[in-house]
Structures are given as C-alpha cells and as structure tokens.
Design a protein around this ligand. Structure first.
Ligand code: ADP
Ligand code: MG
Length: 264
C-alpha cells in the first residue's frame, strides 16, 4: 500500500478527512480552509488557544455545525451517514446533562449502545458486556450503580469516555477530556486512549496538556482558526510553532516564550 498526498491509501479511505473546511458564525470565522487527514489507528492531539476553533472542528465532523465551504468524510462517509451507523463517537467539551436526573453510571454508558440495539432498546448480552468492559477500562466498575449526579468532575469525564468506548466506534472525538481532572484520571484516560489506538481505533483529542502530548499522541495539529502545523508532537511543540499559535514573538527571548508556555 502506498500513501498518496492526502494520507489515504489505495486500500481504504482515511479514518477522517477534512478538506478545505471553513465555518462561520455570523461574521466570526471559526475555521478557515482547514484540511486535515487522519489515518486509522492514530491518536492526533488538537492543540490551540481558547477560541481557536477546536470545538467547532469536532462539531463540524459530527455534522452539528455545517461548514460554509469544504467537505468532511469519516472512513469515506458523510457525517450524517457515519452518525447513523454509530461509526463516530463524540465526547463534547461539556455535557448538557441534568445532573439531578435519576440515572446511574451503568445506564449512561448503556446509552452508547443504542445504535446497536433494536427500536425496543432492549440490551442484549453483548451490550452488557460492552458496558462492563468500558467501565473497567476507565476504572469505574465500582461506581456502576452510582447516580451520575454523585460523581466528581473527573469521574464524570471517565463515564462519558466509557460511553464512547462502549459504542465501539472506529473514530472517537474527545473534546478536552483532561480539563479539570486530576493526574490519576489523566493517566488513566491516556492509557485508555493508547489502548484504543492499539486496537485500531482512531482518536482526535483536544488538549491543553502540552507536557503530556508526546505520551498521548502519535501526531498533533496546531489550530488557530487555520491549521498551522500537523506533524509529530515534538515538531508541534517547537517554540516557533507555539509562537505562531499563541502570538508570542520567538525573537523576544526564551524567557517570554517559556513563561507564556507555562501560563498556558
Ligand atoms: N455558537 C456560536 N455562535 C457564535 N460564535 C461561536 C459559537 N461557537 C463558537 N463561536 C466562536 O467561534 C470561535 C471558535 O470557538 P470554539 O470552536 O469553541 O473554539 P475552542 O474550542 O478552540 O475554544 C470563537 O471565536 C468562538 O467565540
Ligand atoms: Mg472548545
């Protein structure tokens, strides 16, 4: 198999392809001509300041936001078709969930299995197995019968990642799964993401954790409305690249660059 310039192979379309995507909200251009291709089995970190368009990119892949130009394909399919076949799982930056709703962790994760169930939504043994396995992988088995409202922020993140895992989708979109979680949850989720990639899943993950980028990702994309760099984590983390994304003058000296990096 030979890779062509779009990263696709002769054998199969890319796991995810954005081709010339522009998204506008009224007069605000959130994404400007973004072209990005991910091959199967890769973890790609999506890095950029607040407002750089990361969440918009995820919503565009999900078909929640419609681009004014360009095209998205998920393993060759349009977003709507990929959603219909549960081929893409999405963990939004913040869940619009009624935390007082009386639903336990196991049931939340089971909602990831709806695409596999009939219209009666009666779980089968395979669904229960997938839920148990997903809870185990995020180390939440002991909380399976806990009301969702009684979990910490980090535990909630784990539950929503478990729901995405239970769905069994080849492509996973994780929008800032590490925001507000402690180191142990971050390490647990990093290990889960790596094991998903080892099993052939493709993961696009927005993160502000530059220190953990190399451990988490095979590649990274630096976004600032436009796609600035798509390369190895080490390349993306080069000061001159970060400077382009964060507006730091690389000639202003290391101290300024470093303090900006730390603050971020
Ligand atoms: N629903 C919306 N309506 C108007 N502007 C929006 C909306 N969502 C996002 N934006 C704007 O689009 C830009 C990108 O936002 P977003 O994709 O949320 O960035 P990020 O996730 O990187 O912080 C920002 O300027 C933001 O204010
Ligand atoms: Mg966001």
């Amino acid at each position: 198999m030979t890779a062509d310039t779009t990263g696709t192979t002769n054998a199969a379309p890319a796991a995810l392809a954005l081709d010339g995507i522009t998204v506008r909200y009224g007069t605000v251009t959130a994404l400007d001509d973004v072209t990005l291709t991910l091959a199967r089995g890769r973890v790609c970190g999506l890095v950029g300041t607040n407002g750089s368009g990361k969440s918009t990119l995820f919503k565009t892949v999900m078909g929640i936001v419609r681009p004014s130009a360009g095209r998205v394909t998920i393993a060759g399919a349009e977003p709507a078709a990929a959603r219909r076949t549960a081929s893409v799982a999405y963990v939004p930056q913040s869940e619009s969930v009624d935390w007082d709703f009386p639903i336990v962790v196991r049931e939340v994760v089971m909602t990831g299995r709806y695409g596999h169930q009939g219209t009666m939504r009666r779980p089968r043994p395979a669904d229960h197995d997938a839920v148990a396995d997903a809870l185990d992988r995020v180390q939440m088995t002991e909380f399976a019968n806990r009301q969702i409202g009684q979990l910490s922020g980090g535990q909630r993140k784990r539950v929503f990642v478990a729901r995405a895992i239970a769905q069994g989708a080849p492509l996973l979109l994780l929008d800032e799964p590490f925001a507000g979680v402690d180191k142990s949850t971050e390490f647990a989720l990093t290990a889960v993401i790596r094991s998903l990639a080892d099993a052939g899943h493709t993961v696009l993950v927005a993160t502000h954790d530059l220190a953990g980028l190399d451990r988490l990702c095979d590649e990274a994309a630096l976004l600032q409305r436009r796609l600035l760099v798509h390369d190895t984590p080490a390349e993306v983390l080069r000061p001159e690249n970060l400077a382009r994304a964060f507006g730091v003058d690389p000639l202003a000296g290391d101290a300024a660059t470093l303090s900006k990096r730390e603050a971020w």
